[in-house]
Design a protein around this ligand. Structure first.
Ligand code: C2E
Ligand code: MG
Ligand code: MG
Length: 690
């Protein structure tokens, strides 16, 4: 089966060529039939008229002979018949000659013919010397035109054939066609036989079909003129058809052409690629669909110009062309994207070729270094139950290319060149992504999102000093879902702003409730995503949400993720300042992860620095890691900020952090995130178990 697009292209290709050929063949057939019918009718008319008069004369002779057979007939009938001057013979039922010259030119076998105005049986015998009259399957006599013309040319002086003919009467302007000046006649002999009475004998008389030579000329000329006319019409159609096919080829070329590179476009890739994939698969080869993207193409165009960008893309296209072999295909899909279909033996060869391609592409321009992201979907050939390779029955290159793009998209955000492979995990991820997006609004309405609390303890006094609110999704469909599985999706689709408000409101309501119950509360930090900071009135929104619940502002802390500090710096400073003004503490989450935000520390009026959990995992725990942690705590203190260490799991880390003067520890060592009722117990206990 072919994909929808391939079927569409094939339909366009077929339609034009096929229609032109059909039109041409139909015209040829109709014209040939018309010409043949015209010539046939003309000769038939002439022949019928002549045959009728000859029939009358011969049947008269037959009647005389028939009468002679009567008993009372006296005299010699043959001398009577000879007076007519017409040759005749008489044969018996077996064809034996009863009367006549042995050397007569009458053929042996006759054919029954229809003669106008006669109901009697007439047999036509061809003259062996001049066999130009034939009988067709309808029993009609016709002249064999071509044989006649050829014969005339070779027998111009044959007085048997021509009457009143001399040399000056005839001339030939070219080999086969003759024109006659005078009223000479062409005399075609035919033999007509009829039964003698009811007896076994057949009387066969020789007749002549006299055709005026000027009539023959007119017929030949008319036939030639008509033939020429039809030939011109054929030629016009042929030229039109060839033109149509050429035009179609030209438009197909344009249809498959990429204007930016002059090479091929996406349609070509799909059409040609699917054709390649449908060919018989071989055990030693497999195909890989590659989506290649020039990472900073848009930025390059912005800094330079689109035409300079296009010049680079043309170089990229030329460079890729050098890496493409026979039975492979590539095309320019969109400004920064190329599509490739590579034929490879194994993964090793594929990696070698892709790395060589990236390395060449990175150096196509002397003054700039470009980087490329390559997404790859390897297409395994289909196999039967015994592992034998089968021909691909269904090919959907669009789908495979989409898979390669999904793999490539996993590299988004990385600046260096890279290669990513598609596997089914990505499909699962995509499916999950769609399911989350589909269910999130309903889940929010049904309050399926719940708040978990993770306390923060002072490592010296072991007293609870704060708490972080962390979201969990208790879904009837998907079960218990941790935030890592849906927060990035919400950050991507913007739903995170609603989630953050939901969390803030629930935390504030909980704080208010516990306060009302007489429980001594600690500040709870709420994560606010960076996507939220686009809103200029974020600080006011937070203030109003908290105030509405009646919870005191100083018991709510706002955590900004580190990546938030890369957005609009001045807007951030403004929002942080306003939050502080309204009485909220503000902390920087995950400090030290990803890109360093040391610089932002100097401008942001933050209260708390949360050291990323990475500091306390794996290699982060070495001597150098300790120095960084200890210096960061000192730096924060000098800037009047408190510190919280996240992800602390072991006692040694707690002791070290206590020594360094870290204010709070949030980690599994003390407590994991827990539901509200469990947290309330911890809150009332105040002191850590360990
Ligand atoms: P985060 O804000 O840095 O939260 C700390 C994460 O570290 C939590 O993961 C917590 O369970 C985990 N953690 C704390 N101590 C330890 C430890 O000792 N060992 C280990 N292995 N992990 C520890 P969680 O709850 O899965 O949250 C992940 C992230 O999801 C959060 O990182 C935060 O960025 C985001 N998130 C969670 N809730 C919300 C929310 O309500 N709003 C927004 N915008 N983001 C949220
Ligand atoms: Mg946090
Ligand atoms: Mg964190």
């Amino acid at each position: 089966m072919k994909s929808k697009n391939t079927r569409k292209i094939e339909k366009i290709k077929k339609k034009h060529g096929f229609l032109a050929i059909i039109a041409f063949l139909l015209t040829c057939a109709v014209a040939t039939m018309m010409l043949s019918y015209f010539v046939y009718s003309l000769f038939y008319y002439l022949l019928q008229e002549k045959l009728t008069s000859e029939y009358e004369a011969i049947s008269y002779m037959e009647r005389i002979y028939e009468q002679s057979l009567a008993d009372d007939y006296e005299g010699d009938v043959h001398s009577v018949l000879a007076e007519d001057g017409r040759e005749y013979i008489i044969r018996d039922a077996s064809g034996k000659l009863l009367v006549g010259d042995e050397n007569n030119t009458c053929s042996e076998e006759g054919e029954p013919v229809l003669i106008d105005g006669s109901s009697d049986k007439v047999e036509l015998f061809v003259d062996k010397a001049y066999p130009f009259v034939a009988v067709d399957n309808k029993g009609e006599a016709t002249v064999l035109l071509l044989e006649l013309i050829n014969f005339i040319d070779g027998h111009k002086h044959d007085s048997e054939l021509f009457l009143l003919l001399d040399d000056s009467d005839i001339y030939s302007d070219y080999d086969n066609v003759l024109f006659f000046k005078s009223d000479s006649y062409l005399r075609i002999p035919v033999w007509m036989g009829m039964p003698v009475g009811d007896g076994p004998e057949t009387f066969i008389g020789k007749g002549f079909i006299y055709i005026r030579m000027s009539d023959v000329s007119i017929m030949i000329i008319t036939t030639l003129v008509l033939g020429l006319l039809f030939f011109i019409i054929f030629m016009l159609f042929l030229v039109n058809m060839v033109g149509n096919i050429k035009n179609q080829k030209r438009s197909m070329k344009l249809f498959f052409m990429d204007l930016a590179t002059g090479g091929h476009n996406r349609m070509w890739y799909i059409y040609r690629g699917e054709a390649l994939l449908k060919k018989k698969s071989s055990a030693s080869y497999q195909y890989a669909v590659v989506s290649a993207q020039s990472v900073k193409y848009n930025t390059f165009c912005m800094c330079h110009s689109v035409s300079e960008g296009e010049a680079v893309i043309r170089k990229v296209s030329d460079c890729i062309a050098k890496h493409i072999n026979r039975k492979e295909v590539f095309a320019h899909e969109s400004p920064e994207n190329f599509m490739l279909l590579l034929r490879i033996r194994d993964q090793e060869e594929l990696m070698g070729r892709l790395n060589a391609l990236i390395s060449d592409l990175e150096h196509i321009d002397n003054s700039h270094t470009f980087t490329y992201h390559l997404g790859v979907a390897v297409l395994m050939p289909p196999r039967d139950a015994n592992g034998k390779i089968l021909r691909r029955r269904y090919v959907d290159l669009e789908q495979d290319y989409n898979n390669a793009c999904i793999a490539r998209n996993t590299l988004n955000g990385k600046e260096d060149s890279g290669i990513a492979f598609f596997d089914l995990k990505l499909v699962e991820e995509r499916r999950w992504h769609d399911q989350v997006e589909e269910h999130c609004r309903e889940a929010l309405q049904k309050q399926e999102f719940v708040v978990y609390y993770q306390p923060k303890y002072d490592p010296v006094s072991r007293m609870m000093k704060g708490t972080e609110a962390l979201i969990r999704w208790q879904s009837p469909e998907f079960g218990f879902v941790p935030p890592g599985k849906f927060i990035p999706i919400f950050e991507h689709n913007g739903f995170i702003t609603e989630i953050d408000h939901y969390m803030l409101e629930h935390v504030a309501m909980d704080q208010k409730k516990w306060l009302d119950e007489g429980i001594e509360c600690v500040p709870i930090s709420v994560n606010i995503s960076r996507a939220h900071f686009i809103e200029a009135d974020l600080a006011e929104q937070i203030r109003d949400t908290v105030d509405k619940t009646g919870a005191p502002r100083n018991l709510i802390e706002i955590e900004l993720t580190e990546s938030a500090f890369f957005d609009d710096k001045y807007a951030l400073i403004k929002t942080i300042s306003k939050l502080k003004e309204y009485g909220f503490a503000v902390s920087m989450d995950d400090f030290g992860s990803g890109y360093s935000s040391l610089n932002s520390l100097k401008d942001m009026p933050l209260d708390i620095l949360k050291l990323d959990a990475e500091f306390f995992r794996g290699e982060g725990q070495g001597e150098r890691g300790k120095i960084v942690v200890s210096e960061t705590i000192k730096l924060a203190r000098s800037l009047n900020m408190r510190t919280v260490a996240e992800g602390v799991e072991v006692k040694e880390q707690v002791d070290f952090l206590a020594e360094q003067g870290c204010d709070m520890i949030q980690g599994f060592y003390y407590a994991k995130p827990m539901p509200a009722d469990e947290y309330v117990k911890k809150l009332t206990e105040k002191i850590a178990d360990k």
